[in-house]
Write a protein that binds this ligand. Structure first.
Ligand code: NAP
Length: 250
């Protein structure tokens, strides 16, 4: 049976590129988004156009705010209905960022950053795991950030949330390893997307200069790392953090 991947936050950026990677390999792809429906539909159209003339569509869009338990539960029910099975691979990619001094971050903004980046990952894993445990196989890949590893000034809440993603990954890997489920995480450096466009061009240029590989990252760089972690070749790898940062953080 064809495998199903759920990529959260796949309406654009890194999530879209991860969705492309798995669609090319013949997965059913559940494209999650929260607010940008037209962009999510564009992703789906792109994926379904990939296989040529005689193939069945294998991508569909699923709206859900990943920080909302009821919406996440309903999304998993709809994915079951659409693809006729559970999620084999969950990529917790949906995320929001913010640049502000800590004392200017409101409690509501703090809750939103943790709601999407951390609670969303927990809620999706919680829905995906029962099927994976029943099958004694599955794969969860979480998207953290190099700031979750080393911390960033003016991104304290984001750095703390992305550090939580790493802690979650390690602990869950230990918990579900005996059930044949691997849990890993990627920690991207600066990747050119809408999210990173919030950074001033001079700041982006100085990050580029500090990067040993002397370039900024692309969504494809991250998608390739996720692809590897999901593959059989990574079958003895779990609980790990794979940096995708051109050597900026080692
Ligand atoms: P992006 O271009 O801003 O895209 C963010 C995605 O997350 C969108 O598809 C968005 O969907 C979705 N999203 C936001 N809130 C959501 C919610 N409540 N429920 C469901 N989906 C939601 O960001 P990106 O650069 O591709 O980042 C993807 C991931 O990589 C994030 O976790 C980010 O923290 C991480 N990351 C990015 C960088 C970087 O430099 N870009 C570096 C390190 C880590 P809608 O627009 O439809 O709401």
């Amino acid at each position: 049976m064809q495998k199903t991947v759920l990529v959260t936050g796949a309406s654009r950026g890194i999530g879209r590129e991860i969705a492309v990677r798995f669609a090319k390999a013949g997965y059913n792809v559940a494209v999650n988004y929260c607010s940008h429906e037209a962009e999510a539909m564009q992703t789906v159209a792109m994926l379904n156009a990939m296989g040529g003339l005689f193939r069945v569509d294998n991508a569909a869009a699923f709206r859900a705010d990943v920080s909302d338990p009821a919406q996440v539960e309903e999304m998993f029910t709809r994915i079951h209905g659409t693809f006729g099975g559970g999620v084999d691979l969950l990529v917790n990619n949906a995320g929001v960022a913010q640049q502000k001094l800590l004392q200017d971050v409101s409690p509501e903004e703090w809750d939103r950053l943790f709601g999407v980046n951390v609670k969303g990952m927990y809620l999706c894993a919680r829905q995906a795991l029962p099927d994976m445990i029943r099958r004694q196989s599955g794969n969860i890949i979480n998207v953290s950030s190099m700031w979750g590893q080393v911390g960033a000034s003016c991104e304290v809440a984001y750095s703390a949330a992305k550090a939580a993603v790493i802690g979650f990954t390690k602990a869950l890997a230990k918990e579900v390893g005996p059930s044949g489920i691997r849990v890993n995480c990627v920690a991207p450096g600066f990747i050119s997307t809408e999210m990173s466009a919030a950074l001033a061009p001079e700041a982006a240029e100085s990050l580029r200069q500090e990067t040993p590989l002397e370039r900024l990252g692309t969504p494809r760089d991250v998608a390739n790392a996720v692809w590897f972690l999901a593959s059989q070749e990574a079958g003895f790898i779990t609980g790990q953090v794979l940096g995708v940062n051109g050597g900026l953080v080692v």
